[in-house]
Design a protein. Sequence first.
Length: 264
Amino acid sequence: MTQPREATVPSGSEPVISLCGARASLGSRPVLRGVDLTVTRGEVVALLGANGSGKSTAVRAVIGQVPLTDGEIALFGTELRRFRQWSRIGYVPQRTTAASGVPATIREVVSSGRLSRARLGRLSRVDRAAVDHAIELVGLGDRAKDSVSALSGGQHQRVLIARALASEPELLIMDEPMAGVDLASQGILADTLREQVAAGTTVLLVLHELGAIEPLIDRAVVLRDGCVVHDGPPPKAMGQHALPGHDHVHPHAADESLRTGLLT
Ligand SMILES: Nc1ncnc2c1ncn2[C@@H]1O[C@H](COP(=O)(O)OP(=O)(O)OP(=O)(O)O)[C@@H](O)[C@H]1O
């Protein structure tokens, strides 16, 4: 078995996600053009970049939804193609309007996130308690029997996050969790994330702007045209100035500026 290269991993830290020279195409278009990215245990990493820079494709490649044309991905030190322990990972996809028409209750949707831990597809008492806990975490305890089709966009997003949390994952991957979410729900999501981080969960977040979760972010990786153009401290300018149309310039090294063009 070939071991993934771990060139960017600090010594002593355990890699949870490693992408090495990852290349992927959608249709005939090369979307990832040699991405190196490592997330170690307990880290909270934001994946940033302009629309179309490849952020969603990168996280979808990590969970095996987009095949690589070249390079390697490993999860918890195991090559992706051999990896089977999906209950260790919670994934919140980018929101689509199609998701809101599901005729199911909040508890049913969140329960589906626990099935990866259930034996023979049946939820035990422990499983059901974990589902209820996940619903409580996102502040929807009193709505568990409500249909998800009756929820606002922000509440719906909270359900998707509860679904990801139901398996008590060690790694949480979220694609634009705050997009289109009302301020009250943003606050609840930030609190939920803070609790997960405090409990040691490793987190990879696709974001457009850091906003309320900026204090939680250990490291930011910025993609441009399918390549990593920054991997280090979160760009300070983002929280205040990440408005559509801005091309961001912020300090990179002492005497060097980095133009991220995050939203252009
Ligand atoms: N099925 C597809 N076929 C061809 N091209 C696609 C397909 N899906 C996405 N793309 C293109 O691939 C590029 C990368 O898309 P991706 O969704 O990864 O970017 P992103 O950085 O997540 O952008 P956004 O912030 O808009 O979500 C975009 O230019 C997009 O138009």
